[in-house]
Design a protein around this ligand. Structure first.
Ligand code: GAP
Length: 463
């Protein structure tokens, strides 16, 4: 393994370990041996995730006159997944190692040896491509080279909701992407809000996929959350709006404080037949650049399909121009887990301080899960009381933590590791000078601030 790979693998391990140790992310069902592809967000993970979702909602809904929100159900009429093409076409090519039964995603292992498998390939074509290259591929688990024929494996997660026949005749599905709930509510939103084209509908919610090999921590899970916005346009304006959306999403991601050098655009080489254009914003994950968000121009495919599937014409009437047409859609789609992973990776910093390694999550202050920690120097009642008073005042405006355990040095390190921008220390001098020490996470500089000025001081710093 190269030095860079070693370093990156080390960073991945350090992040996963910090996430568990500090209560950001736990493996699901851990005491039962875990459950592949699913994770639980711990006390700090929930805070960070909420901040990311709130930021997205603010940027994509609340700041926009032309976008409204939606929260559609996870279960929907199964016909939706037929009309959208998911029951037939939402699949990944899979082979199985005949030696150890490990299931392998064929397009990904081909990609690792720089061979591209087009999504549109038939089972026969992908088998041919795999056969031509399988002498260069080894099972990721046992290292052997004895593979089964490649099959297309459907990613929709089936359930028996509403099926009372006991023979699984009528599967319903957990949604594979949130946007289908948006398309099927197009008419409802137009009728109830009188939105005029161009306009968008945004939603945040869980999606489920039977991923063949869930991997790379939160990057590819079987249960995950999406933040999707579908923007409906006149066909003539689709590409102009598309360029605007690309620019808007790029700036929105940068505004989370992610380093620009860790982001780049990548154009899809193989477009699905209905797409006009498709670009991904890639982030430099520990293993290299990979998809963080998709911004795609989808033409009129989605509304056309649901018109055919439901028998209800999903179109738009422009009164001024006396014109009826099927709107074209451009979308932006991000996984909350991927963004969560990206911001932690981006913030993760190791520094040498007085001969020791200090681990700091240098989050942008607006997304830091905890903004201020209030730390009495000792557990003595005379310090605990004013410290709790400060905690109760500051937590009206900020997410705060109160911590009186262990030495002050250890508490500072703990707050550094969870990315808390400011620590407020109450010490014995506080009892006479009515002031506290405020420590800055990034510079570690300390300032003495009067308690009466503290709220305003921190408001200014935290914005
Ligand atoms: N509506 C379009 C759509 O769902 P996608 O490229 O399949 O497109 C969009 O997914 C985004 O959802 C991805 O860019 C990624 O951020 C996230 N995503 C997709 N599959 C995921 C998975 N298995 N685990 C975590 N996030 C995932």
């Amino acid at each position: 393994m190269s030095e860079t790979n070693n370093k990156n693998e080390g960073k991945m391990e350090a992040i996963v370990s910090l996430c568990k140790r500090r209560g950001f992310v736990y493996p699901s069902s851990e005491i039962y041996g875990g459950f592949a592809g699913v994770y639980d967000f711990g006390p700090l993970g929930v805070e960070l995730e909420t901040n990311l979702k709130n930021h997205w909602w603010k940027v994509m809904v609340q700041k926009r006159l032309d976008i409204v929100g939606l929260d559609s159900s996870i279960f929907m009429n199964p016909k939706i997944w037929e009309a959208s093409g998911h029951t037939k076409g939402f699949s990944d090519p899979m082979t199985e190692c005949k030696e150890c039964n490990t299931r392998i995603r064929v397009d990904k292992v081909l990609e690792e040896i720089s061979v591209t498998a087009d999504e549109k390939m038939s089972e026969e074509e992908i088998n041919k491509l795999f056969d031509e290259n399988k002498n260069k591929i080894k099972c990721q688990k046992c290292g052997k080279q004895n593979f089964s024929k490649v099959k297309k494996f459907n990613l929709l997660v089936q359930s028996n909701l509403g099926d009372f026949t006991d023979n699984g005749d009528a599967p319903s599905y957990l949604r594979g992407e949130t946007c289908q709930g948006i398309y099927v509510n197009f008419d409802n939103v137009v009728d109830s809000t009188h939105m005029k084209l161009p306009f968008g509908i945004a939603q945040i919610g869980k999606a489920f996929r039977n991923e063949i090999s869930p991997r790379q921590f939160l990057f590819r899970g079987r249960e995950f959350e999406q933040m999707e916005m579908q923007y409906f346009t006149h066909p003539d304006n689709e590409m102009e709006e598309y360029e605007k959306l690309k620019d808007y999403r790029w700036k929105a991601i940068l505004s989370l404080g992610i380093k620009p050098e860790n982001l780049k655009w990548k154009r899809h080489e193989n477009l699905v037949f209905y797409a006009k254009d498709a670009w991904d914003i890639e982030y430099n994950f520990p293993w290299g650049f990979d998809e963080l968000e998709g911004v795609h121009a989808r033409g009129n495919y989605d509304l056309t399909q649901h018109s055919k599937g439901s028998g209800k014409e999903l179109n738009y009437y422009d009164q001024e121009k006396n014109e009826r047409f099927i709107p074209h859609i451009i979308e932006s789609s991000t996984g909350v887990g991927r963004l969560f992973f990206a911001v932690i990776n981006d913030a993760f910093t190791e520094e040498e301080v007085e001969g020791e390694t200090r681990i700091v999550l240098k989050f942008n202050k607006k997304i830091a899960p905890v903004k201020i920690a209030i730390l009495p120097l000792s557990k003595k009642e005379e310090l605990v009381k004013p410290a709790l008073d400060i905690f109760n005042t500051l937590n009206e405006s900020f997410v705060c933590q109160y911590d009186e355990t262990q030495s002050i040095g250890k508490r500072y390190r703990r707050q550094d590791e969870i990315g808390t921008p400011y620590c407020v220390t109450v010490d014995f001098d506080t009892l006479t000078d009515n002031a506290v020490t405020v420590r800055d996470r990034d510079t570690m500089k300390q300032e003495r601030i009067k308690i009466v000025d503290l709220d305003n001081y921190l408001l200014e710093k935290l914005g």
